[in-house]
Design a protein around this ligand. Structure first.
Ligand code: PGA
Length: 236
């Protein structure tokens, strides 16, 4: 199974020109073991995917309906038309800042999977020590996902306290992440990746853990040099 490195740009960079220059500067090594997906802001997706068709592209969020009176939302079909093959759902920004519940995340995941996307579904406890809730959240966030679609679903374990934008954040330890992922895997045996302050310094430690099949990278995905170093580590 390939190692998945997903670049979650969040609401960055500020302009399309900066986005182009970022992608141009990233060195994606040719490797059988590596799958890299860029998740830019949706308004940049169509031109980026046309300028860089050899990369994999995705969106940071979709709505579960296909069309209609849902002002401000985009559908999975629109994301596909813009060049996406991946969809991220359930990121903690969406959950905590936009009030997305496990039930909404489940509907989004199921809808995107049914439409043939590869889906990365993020779960993670907000406070250190809150892991017990993550299994429950995972179960609820995948309710209604068809078993034949599970093969295209990847879970990102992202403890919110470890995400670089959380005040005082520091990366989880590979041991702790592996132990939580081990428990999640008992509940749902899928591909798991880790997210939360991944850098070129710690990526190797996480990615050597057998349970951890990749990384969801935020801040460092905006730094072409550092991000390229992570890709190089995986490709080795
Ligand atoms: P970070 O973000 O790598 O900046 O901690 C990860 C994420 O929020 O997906």
């Amino acid at each position: 199974m390939k190692t998945l490195i997903a670049a979650n740009w969040k609401m960055n960079p500020g302009t399309y020109a900066e986005a182009v220059s970022l992608v141009k500067s990233v060195r994606v090594p040719r490797s059988e073991n590596l799958e890299v997906v860029f998740l830019p802001p949706a308004v940049f997706l169509k031109p980026l995917s046309e300028v860089f068709p050899h990369h994999l592209w995705g969106v940071q969020n979709v709505y579960f309906e296909s069309a209609g009176a849902f002002t401000g939302e985009i559908s999975a079909e629109m994301a596909r038309d813009a060049g996406a093959s991946y969809v991220l759902v359930g990121h903690s920004d969406r959950r905590l800042k936009f009030g997305e519940t496990d039930e909404v995340v489940a509907k989004k995941a199921a809808a995107a999977l049914e439409k043939g996307f590869r889906v990365v579904l993020a779960v993670g406890e907000t406070e250190r020590g809150g892991e017990a809730n993550v299994i429950e959240s995972l179960k609820k966030s995948t309710e209604g996902v068809l078993s034949q679609d599970l093969e295209r679903l990847t879970i990102a374990y992202e403890p919110v306290w470890a995400i670089s934008t959380t005040p005082g954040a520091e990366a989880d330890t590979p041991e702790h992440a592996a132990s939580v992922i081990g428990k999640l895997k008992e509940a749902l045996d899928l591909r798991y990746i880790y997210g939360g302050s991944v850098t070129s310094e710690n990526a190797g430690d996480f990615l050597h853990v057998p349970n951890i099949a990749g990384a969801l990278v935020g801040r460092v995905s905006l730094d072409a040099g550092e991000f390229s170093k992570i890709l190089k580590i995986v490709a080795k």
